[in-house]
Design a protein around this ligand. Structure first.
Ligand code: FAD
Length: 467
């Protein structure tokens, strides 16, 4: 019997999961089984060119929790999330032969490494077929990727993505002028086709890992602590004001948190509070769920829209839509400019950035001597999160005051942030360094002024720097 493979990537949810629904429809149409996998690429465990581990501990923990939650939801539907460590093309082509796959479905990710993974998979499948002529494959194995991480569908935009306005304000105004609205989110599947019965015991397959903690190399103590915490945690419990560093990964937590924030007066105050440095309700904190795909932007928007219907629209709710449009803008920028966004010069004709490794290290460690910057960098390393305003201040300081390479800063954020998102991270770093689409060259945030404006009493600095 044939099977369909569904490969989870940065879309770790069941609700509003178009790619999974297409895989299910394919399997049901042809009476096939469904194998559901997640693959952790060992490249994530390597050191970056800048000298630190690519995926830091907070992001690992958050991802492990997210996979744990997804796995539980799949089990409730009689399915399994099978976890592998290895290069995706190798793991998936090996599995495809073992389970006689007719098709592999996955989310489309418009970033160079992720695109290379899909290309590598297509080539590996071709090669595997050539090398296994006796395999009982009666139909070619196809790979289908589905774009599903933006709020608005690229094809619905009032311009071709290739002609997207370079200035955000124009981009937003063109969308708002035609009244473009996101499509409603899809419901989670109620049933799933069964896993292949010819599936060999997973532990006979190279790279198989028993649990998300083992997959992500989290030591047993942490694993047990987190697992126990997850079991006892009531996912609907609201977080207290100082608890943003305790965010739990996973769809059930992301959905619970989405609705907690959508309670008066928080969204109504968003425009006034969003530039504050700390506090659970100063901004939505939806980003960790959005970045892992535990919740989709359309689900977020539908909940926000329902809030507006019930409590009224205002500047705060409008500004949340505005920020979700920024998120989309950085996604479409990848569709528009691709690999160019990864060049040292970015989209600009500025000279290549300089770099001073010792200064960069002081920045990473929160030891630059500039208190507001050091406090922000220490918060980031301690929690895996810092506010948008702090990200702007510390990024600006690295690029404009320490004259370091923006790509090193982007790599450090990638390592540390629990809400690391390739599109938003790359786009914001380019923007701050004046190498993106911003018409104003370089956005320097003066640390003295930022301190006066956002931490006049020194509370934030005191919290992260001590006395
Ligand atoms: P809110 O202020 O409540 O905004 C609501 C949602 O809108 C966010 O969850 C996010 O999805 C989106 N959003 C808000 N601001 C931005 C923005 N500037 N760019 C893109 N989307 C935005 N965001 C990430 O999700 N992942 C990253 O890796 C990331 N790296 C960044 C790097 C730098 C240098 C800077 C300056 C910003 C970066 N951001 C990144 C954007 C922004 O800081 C975070 O999205 C935001 O702080 C998340 O907190 P929140 O969910 O409370 O956001």
């Amino acid at each position: 019997m044939h099977s369909v493979i569904f490969w989870f990537r940065n879309d770790l949810r069941l609700q509003d999961q178009a790619a999974l629904q297409q895989a299910v429809a394919h399997a049901e149409r042809h009476g096939q089984r469904l194998l559901i996998v997640y693959v952790h690429d060992p490249a994530q465990d390597d050191n970056t060119a800048w000298g630190f581990r690519r995926m830091g501990p907070h992001r690992r923990r958050f991802l492990a929790e997210t996979l744990h939650d997804l796995s539980a939801s799949l089990q409730a539907l009689g399915q399994n999330l099978v976890l592998f460590q290895g290069e995706p093309h190798e793991v998936l082509s090996t599995l495809a032969l073992r389970v006689n796959a007719s098709a592999i479905y996955a989310e489309e990710i418009a970033a160079p490494e992720e695109q290379a993974q899909v290309q590598g998979l297509k080539e590996a499948l071709k090669q595997a077929l050539k090398e296994a002529p006796k395999q009982a494959l009666t139909q070619p194995m196809t790979v289908h990727t589905v774009w599903q991480s933006s709020l608005l569908a690229p094809e619905a935009l009032p311009f071709a993505v290739a002609d997207m306005p370079q200035i955000f304000t124009t981009f937003r105004q063109r969308i708002e002028a035609v009244g473009l609205q996101p499509l409603p989110p899809l419901a989670a599947p109620r049933t799933l086709p069964p896993a292949p019965d010819v599936m060999p015991l997973p532990d006979q397959l190279p790279g198989w890992r028993e649990s998300p903690w083992a997959l992500l190399g989290l030591d047993d103590d942490i694993a047990h602590e987190v697992a126990a915490d997850l079991r006892t945690e009531v996912s609907t419990r609201p977080l207290k004001d100082d608890e943003h560093s305790h965010f739990k990964g996973g769809e059930s937590h992301a959905l619970a948190h989405l609705h907690h924030y959508l309670t008066p007066p928080w969204p109504d105050r968003y425009k006034q509070t969003r530039n504050a440095l700390q506090g659970l309700h100063i901004s939505s904190h939806w980003s960790p769920g959005l970045a892992t795909g535990a919740v989709s932007a359309r689900t977020v928007w539908a909940a926000l829209h329902a809030y507006e219907q019930q409590h009224g629209a205002n500047d705060g709710t409008y500004w949340l839509w505005f920020e979700l449009l920024w998120r989309d803008n950085f996604r479409f920028l990848h569709l528009q400019h691709g690999r160019q966004l990864y060049a040292a010069r970015g989209l600009s004709s500025l000279p290549r950035p300089k770099h001073f490794p010792k200064d960069f290290q002081r920045w990473c460690d929160g030891n630059t001597g500039e208190p507001i910057v050091d406090a922000g960098m220490r918060e980031l390393v301690s929690t895996g999160y810092t506010s948008n305003r702090m990200r702007q201040i510390v990024a600006s300081y690295l690029v404009h005051d320490l004259s370091c390479d923006w790509r090193a800063g982007a790599a450090w954020f990638e390592s540390q942030l629990i809400d690391y998102d390739i599109y938003s991270n790359q786009g914001n770093w380019l923007y701050i360094s004046g190498r993106g689409t911003d018409p104003r060259a370089g956005r320097r945030f003066n640390p003295t002024k930022q301190t006066q404006d956002h931490d006049p009493q020194g509370r934030y600095r005191k919290q992260w720097l001590g006395a």
